[in-house]
Design a protein around this ligand. Structure first.
Ligand code: GLA
Length: 419
């Protein structure tokens, strides 16, 4: 019996991702959505995938108040590599676009109190056609990234089969652990298998990866945001329970600050990602971002909610006929985040409800803080009706907490001692 137990313990421990990283969802910047595979540094030196782009973003993160709020990852995506490995079979960056190499870039990023993320693909090629991390290269590439001082790896899945993924993703997890350097691990595996059981085993994933892409790539449009929110909400019974400290669902990057979202839609993406306990990886040009987008992304209460230590992912709890949806995320200290989201396309909607209708206990008096306006609503009893005015494709978001309990909660201990 003892022997079986210890064999099992060894098996489980050799499977688990023991890096202790990402107890709250990661925050930072990721190149892909905004900068794609632009390698034309001759004509577009400012925006091409090059060390300059990542140094510029590191400067902005360190200077414009991002780092202090928790946005610390500077993440490279596809198209950083040279088209061939070197003579030792090692991955190398494109020498013209990264003349100083990745180690120097990592040093630059670290000197600013930030972390560097990199991208590879478990297949013959990356999605953009650069060298892949085939089976014979997994340990070698893990070691290369560790030697360069990389802090996070996104491992994509283009040009690999289901079988290769089932073996390769866990193997890279072990290989990263074996380097001795803490390297957070983002897996695109489920996105390549339809994102749902039985093809995807989320229990296994949570033991192997710190975060994982479940679904389609985000694009710079409201339609894309809506389809992601819909897929994650429709499948929340599967997805919500598997998220937690150290292992997160990833609905993909924040596109706030780009071209596809209105102001209201930007407020909505931020609120919905936060309620989903999603990674906050911005993909936008931090050199030219507008004041209003920056304010949304730097909202302190929003970030506090996103980073809540319990790490419980929220759920869509109501879909009204009026096309208002309500999302709820439980937070520490008996607090909650509530998001009232309008899918309407006409005009601001007066939504009337009560906390009792949203299943809050009638035993307490609550206070709510509007996350965007800062307005405080106090003395709210569960049975009191209230009205929120929600703009088309916008949200109202509340941070809600009990301030007083009306009756002592039923005490079992007291009952026993009186008996
Ligand atoms: C896939 C991924 C994207 C991005 C591109 C790069 O589509 O899902 O996030 O990394 O590849 O080519």
């Amino acid at each position: 019996m003892k022997l079986i137990a210890s064999v099992l313990a060894i098996l489980v421990s050799s499977l688990a991702l023991e890096n202790g990283l990402m107890r709250t969802p990661p925050m930072g910047w990721l190149a892909w959505e905004r900068f794609r595979c632009n390698i034309d540094c001759k004509n577009d030196p400012h925006n091409c995938i090059s060390e300059k782009l990542f140094m510029d973003m590191a400067d902005r993160l360190a200077t414009d108040g991002w780092r202090e709020l928790g946005y610390v990852y500077v993440n490279i995506d596809d198209c950083w590599m040279a088209k061939q490995r070197d003579s030792a079979g090692q991955l190398i960056p494109d020498p013209e676009r990264f003349p100083r190499g990745i180690k120097a870039l990592a040093d630059y990023v670290h000197a600013r109190g930030l972390k560097l993320g990199i991208y590879a693909d478990l297949g013959t090629h990356t999605c953009g056609g650069y060298p892949g991390t085939t089976f014979n290269r997994i340990e070698q590439d893990a070691l290369t990234f560790a030697q360069w001082g990389v802090d996070m790896l996104k491992l994509d899945g283009c040009y690999s089969s289901a079988c290769e993924q089932a073996e390769g993703y866990p193997r890279m997890s072990k290989a990263l652990n074996a380097t001795g350097r803490p390297i957070a691990y983002s897996c695109s595996w489920p996105a390549y298998r339809g994102g749902l059981p039985p093809q995807v085993n989320y229990t296994l994933l949570a033991n192997v990866c710190n975060l994982w892409r479940n679904y389609d790539d985000i694009q710079d449009s409201w339609d894309s945001v809506l389809s992601i929110v819909e897929w994650f909400s429709a499948n929340q019974d599967v997805l919500q329970p598997v998220a937690g400290p150290g292992h997160w669902n990833d609905p993909d990057m924040l596109i706030i600050g780009n071209f596809g979202l209105s102001y209201e839609q930007s407020l909505s993406q931020m609120a919905l990602w936060t309620v989903m306990a999603a990674p906050l990886l911005m993909s936008t040009d931090l050199r030219t971002i507008s004041e209003s987008s920056q304010q949304i992304l730097q909202n302190k209460l929003m970030i506090k909610i996103n980073q809540d230590p319990l790490g419980i992912q929220g759920r869509r709890i109501l879909q009204e006929k009026s096309r208002i949806e309500v999302f709820l995320r439980p937070l520490s200290h008996s607090a909650s985040a509530l998001v009232f989201f309008s899918r309407r396309t006409d005009m601001p909607y007066r939504y009337i409800t009560s906390l009792a209708q949203l299943n809050f206990t009638q035993n307490a008096v609550y206070e709510a803080q509007d996350v965007y306006t800062g307005q405080i609503i106090s003395g709210l009893k569960a049975t009191n009706n209230f009205t929120v005015i929600i703009n088309p494709s916008g949200v109202v978001m509340w941070y809600l907490y009990p301030t007083m309990y009306l009756h002592q909660p039923f005490s079992f201990v007291k009952q026993l001692s009186e008996a």
